[in-house]
Structures are given as structure tokens and as C-alpha cells.
Design a protein around this ligand. Structure first.
Ligand code: ADP
Ligand code: MG
Length: 228
């Protein structure tokens, strides 16, 4: 691809524990993701999927190696600078939606925008646009408890992209859903990636869903390996 990468992991290492019980989760992993590209991360439980996503999302620091967001090296940045970069460029979706229970769908999606300084009216207007785009216009004023599991995850996806991030990281976002709903939620994700030019990494156990992504990678011996 000719475009510059959105995200680069270069020789990334992450180890947990000490000498007595050391776990080498990543041992020099490389991964480059381009704008508009969706990557399925398919690996068994405990292989290091969440660790990789946390490193890519600047929630953790590698023990060695470098994480680049666009062309910015992040390991020597201050925590404040990393947080600002994360808020501006990265959206997260987790297995459980983590929506705030006392707020409506529209308010949940507006919040990250308001944290970044947008006025409430503007933030809610974009939130409503996103909900409409995802087929959830009728659910705008519902609280999470009044939404189905699939709807909750689609609202969580809308929240993750509310600030128009360049990178979307999803950690088993459909792990909690029945197959048909998972398919629908995955469709939402892939549509968004194509429509917005997002770079996306989606950890999943579902090979059928992974097959719909542009690329499939796994973690083997602490390295990222391409599948197929
Ligand atoms: P996955 O998401 O693929 O299931 P994880 O990235 O959560 O895998 O975990 C990879 C390995 O690292 C596992 O062996 C796990 O027990 C270990 N691990 C993850 N986080 C920590 C931590 N904070 N402290 C110690 N070990 C951890
Ligand atoms: Mg995990």
C-alpha cells in the first residue's frame, strides 16, 4: 500500500512476572496496519491478544520495542501526551459494552466528544448521526439496560468512533453475542472501517467473522504471524 501506516508495532516485547514465574507474552512482535484496513487477530485464549491491543492502544507500555501512531513514536512520550494521543486517534470496543448505565445511548456517545471539548449540542448531534447510520435512531434515548446485547455493542462501537479516531481496537467485541447478532455487529464494524478509512484490529475466536476482514493474523511464539 502507498499510504502511510496508521499503526506500527516494531519489535515489541512484553513480559509479565519475575524470574521465578516469567511469562514472555510478546517477544519482538511486528505489525503494520494501514488506513482502511481491517485485521482479525485470531489466537487461543492466553496467547496475548488483549496485551497486544493494550500496547497498540497506549494503555500499556512495551518492555522493549516501539509503538508508532501514524509516524509518532510513543515510548518516550509523557503519560499526558500518550493520553491525548489515545483520545484523539484511538477508539476501543471491549467484550462487555462498558456503557454508563445511567446515561442514554446518545449521551454515552456524546460524552467522549465533550471530554475532548465539543459543546453538548454538537456532540449529541454527531451522536444521533452515528446512531442513525448504525440503524439505531429509534434507540437514541434508551439506557443500556433497555437495549439488547447487540444494540449495546453497536452503541459501544458508535462511542468508540465518536471522535473520528484513525484506529479502532476491538477485544472480542462479539464474544458475548449469539452468532446472528455477532454477524450483525461485525457487519457494523466492517462497514464503518470501509466508510471512514479507519485502521482496525479486531480480536476474535470466530473464523467465519475473521474471514470477512482484510487480513488475519495470529500470535505464535510471542510474534505476530500472518494467517492464510
Ligand atoms: P488473550 O487476550 O489472548 O487471552 P492476554 O493478553 O490477556 O491473552 O494474556 C496473555 C498472557 O499474559 C496470559 O498468560 C496471561 O495470564 C498473562 N497476563 C496478562 N496480563 C497480565 C498481568 N497484568 N500480569 C501477569 N500476567 C498477565
Ligand atoms: Mg483477551
Amino acid at each position: 500500500m502507498s499510504a502511510a501506516p496508521s499503526l506500527t508495532l516494531a519489535r515489541v516485547e512484553r513480559h509479565y512476572g519475575d524470574k521465578s514465574g516469567r511469562v514472555d507474552v510478546l517477544r519482538g512482535a511486528d505489525l503494520v496496519v494501514y488506513p482502511g484496513q481491517s485485521v482479525a487477530l485470531v489466537a487461543p485464549s492466553g496467547a496475548g491478544k488483549s496485551t497486544l491491543l493494550h500496547l497498540a492502544g497506549l494503555l500499556e507500555k512495551p518492555d522493549a520495542g516501539e509503538v508508532f501512531i501514524a509516524d509518532a513514536a510513543t515510548s518516550t512520550m509523557s503519560d499526558d501526551a500518550r493520553t491525548a494521543l489515545r483520545r484523539a486517534h484511538i477508539g476501543f470496543v471491549y467484550q462487555f459494552h462498558h456503557l454508563l448505565p445511567e446515561f442514554s445511548a446518545v449521551e454515552n456517545i456524546a460524552l467522549p466528544q465533550m471530554i475532548r471539548g465539543l459543546a453538548k449540542a454538537e456532540a449529541q448531534s454527531r451522536a444521533r448521526e452515528l446512531l442513525a447510520y448504525l440503524g439505531l435512531a429509534e434507540r437514541a434515548t434508551h439506557r443500556p439496560a433497555e437495549l439488547s446485547g447487540g444494540e449495546q455493542q453497536r452503541v459501544a462501537i458508535a462511542r468508540a468512533v465518536a471522535n473520528a479516531p484513525a484506529i479502532l481496537l476491538a477485544d472480542e467485541p462479539t464474544g458475548n453475542l449469539d452468532p446472528r447478532t455477532a454477524d450483525h455487529v461485525f457487519g457494523t464494524l466492517t462497514t464503518l472501517v470501509k466508510a471512514t478509512g479507519l485502521a482496525a484490529i479486531i480480536a476474535t475466536h470466530n473464523m467465519e467473522l475473521a474471514a470477512q476482514m482484510d487480513r488475519r493474523v495470529t500470535i505464535r511464539d510471542g510474534l505476530v504471524a500472518e494467517l492464510d
